[in-house]
Ligand binder design. Structure first.
Ligand code: PLP
Length: 603
């Protein structure tokens, strides 16, 4: 029979599978297997392959095409997908005067057939010829990663990178030719996996870093696999982000409607730039002054700098005894002729002090056209998950903008932060650009002009990955209540450690009250301290002690300069793996190292 130029037939098989059989003029019969409507496997067969496969029943691709179509129309159950790789085709043949029946069967095995060289595979692609190899490597990586998380406690918190490893990395040439992915992974296993910063370890309490979570890691695999460009458009990623932002508005007590806006981004530093940009838009044509406390994070100064705000327009306000912005001093400094961007901290980086957010909100509400209330909630905004601590953040919900991190105390994998803006229209107007012709919105399709949100219009980035999925999966899997409970647990651990320090008053002292999850302390058990150089000696000793703690893999705490230049070991617990017992162990190990340091006098 003459072959038509192109025929495609689609049939539903059992379960989630469907089959598309394509016969075209290229002399190939293409069989595509769909799973849940996604193409999962495909193979192109030439005449010879059809002949061999069907045990000589079909001599040409078109004969096999016809046979498959016949079976699909009359006997779909004859075609089964087995182990998601084989198409098993079996059908009864009747023969002889006695009408004997025999089952004629054959299998289309996708991987082995697909590795047969045909013209179709001459084109380059990064996809493997044999998906089974990728599957095997993927399973191995998955097993290794789960073990990596499971066994994290058995490893040191941090270990320095040997020179040989650094050299191996530095001497790697630009790869012109590829190599098997399994070899590439083997190398990663030896030069990367052992040398992390350590922030997934239960004894990591440095710099307010987050630990991530098992479900977050799995979410990243899905995100990387989908690799969907999330600037906007008609796609699930955008709807996830819209909903995640709606949850976050509810969590922060923000208006959960279209009047306010938000966007997920890399972290609070970028969120601060966005908030300042929107405020500047509001104060358009007026001078804008930034007011921030001396305890505020330096991302505020950096954002101002980037936006060309001069040093004299960045006003640093002193703090009170609780290390909160001094409201009276702030009021006294406000310049009534300028627009003011007032930053309140919901958890300062040094001691996790929370400013009087209600007081700041009242102040800004008194002159809404002139005063913008921004909250840096990088660390503490998510404390609203905790029923016990939520009231500490009263006033946050009245902010004009809140920048906060989900990769710290909400345990979403890096990077993930959020900015919420009360005036959504203003937010968009500060970033949206006249439509470029290549981004023109259409009457439908993936970029419809109606109904969709384009997050590229709300941030610095046009190209964006899908951050919402890892937030979605983290919140759904663990729930706000459990996350809040872990935050409360971290505060208990910090307070317990603070009490251990006080009990060991001969050897240690606290350098700030422990109000939440941060403990600033130092070792003071040095003999013969003289008043004249006491601070200097203690600073040197504690700097050395901090490095020893890290280098011995005992824990990671970070440096902090407090109370007129005293060097503090700063423990900040944003770690769902930490246990109360770790506090006792850490103190014991620190005492041992301090004694060793005293013996060697090497400071
Ligand atoms: C209080 C505070 N604000 C802002 C930031 C900056 O956040 P990010 O690193 O997510 O940009 C940090 C980071 O530690 C912080 O602690």
């Amino acid at each position: 029979m003459d072959k038509p130029s192109s025929d495609t037939s689609v049939y539903q098989l059992h379960g989630q599978y469907s089959l598309r059989v394509i016969s075209n003029s290229s002399q190939f019969l293409t069989v595509q297997l769909y799973s849940n409507e996604l193409l999962s496997r495909t193979v192109s067969l030439n005449d010879n392959q059809c002949f061999v496969l069907s045990h000589r029943l079909c001599e040409t691709t078109y004969e096999l095409y016809e046979l498959l179509i016949d079976l699909l129309q009359t006997l779909t159950s004859s075609i089964r997908v087995t182990v998601d790789e084989h198409l098993e085709i079996s059908f009864p043949i009747h023969f002889g005067s006695q009408n004997h029946t025999k089952l004629w069967s054959f299998k289309v095995i996708f991987p082995s057939v697909s590795s047969t060289k045909t013209d179709l595979f001459d084109e380059a692609s990064l996809d493997p010829l044999d998906w089974n190899e990728t599957r095997a490597l993927g399973h191995q990586i998955m097993d290794d990663m789960i073990d990596y998380l499971r066994d994290v406690r058995l490893r040191p918190t941090w270990r320095p990178m040997p020179t040989s490893v650094k050299e191996t990395i530095a001497n790697s040439q630009l790869p012109l030719k590829g190599q098997p992915a399994s070899e590439v992974y083997d190398e990663i296993r030896s030069i990367v996996l052992p040398y992390a910063l350590g922030n997934i370890h239960p004894h990591y309490w440095g710099y307010v870093h987050g630990t991530g979570s098992p479900i977050g890691a799995l979410a990243e695999l899905i995100t990387g696999t989908m690799n969907t460009m999330s600037w906007g458009g008609h796609q699930a990623s955008i709807y996830l982000e819209r909903q995640v932002l709606s949850w976050l508005k509810v969590l922060m007590g923000f208006p959960n409607d279209e009047t306010s806006s938000g966007v997920l981004l890399s972290g609070t530093s970028v969120g601060t730039i966005i908030a300042m940009t929107v405020a500047r838009k509001k104060f358009h044509g007026r001078n804008m002054i930034i007011y921030t406390s001396k305890e505020a994070h330096n991302c505020v100064a950096r954002a101002a700098n980037i936006l060309g705000i001069t040093a004299e327009n960045l006003v640093v306000i002193p703090t009170n005894e609780q290390r909160q912005i001094d409201l009276q001093a702030l009021k006294a400094r406000i310049d009534h002729n300028s627009g003011s961007f007032i930053v309140g901290s919901a958890g300062t980086v040094g001691t996790c002090a929370i400013d009087d957010l209600q007081g700041l909100a009242d102040l800004c509400a008194s002159r809404p056209n002139d005063l913008w209330f921004h909250v840096d909630g990088a660390i503490g905004a998510v404390l609203r998950c905790s029923i016990r601590f939520r009231s500490l953040l009263t006033g946050l919900e009245r902010a004009d903008s809140i920048a906060f991190d989900l990769h710290k105390w909400l345990f979403v994998p890096y990077e993930c932060g959020c900015i919420l803006v009360r005036d959504g229209k203003l937010h968009r107007s500060a970033f949206a650009q006249p439509q470029a012709s290549y981004l023109a919105l259409m009457e439908g399709g993936i970029t419809p002009s109606q109904g969709e949100i384009f997050f590229g219009d709300y941030s610095l980035e046009l190209s964006r990955n899908m951050k919402a999925l890892k937030v979605w999966m983290t919140l759904k899997t663990y729930g706000v209540e459990k996350l809040g409970q872990i935050m409360e647990q971290n505060v208990e651990q910090a307070k317990y450690f603070g009490s251990l320090i006080q009990k060991n008053a001969k050897e240690f002292e606290l350098l700030a009250n422990v109000t939440l999850n941060i403990v600033c302390f130092r070792y003071i058990g040095l003999p013969h301290l003289h008043d004249s150089d006491r601070e200097d000696t203690l600073n040197k000793f504690n700097k050395r002690l901090l490095v020893m703690i890290q280098e011995h893999g005992v824990a990671v705490v970070s440096p902090y300069s407090i109370n007129k230049n005293s060097f503090a070991l700063r423990m900040c617990i944003t770690n769902h793996r930490t246990k109360l017992l770790d506090m006792d162990r850490f103190l014991e190990e620190t005492i041992k190292l301090a004694h060793e340091l005293l013996d060697t006098n090497d400071f």
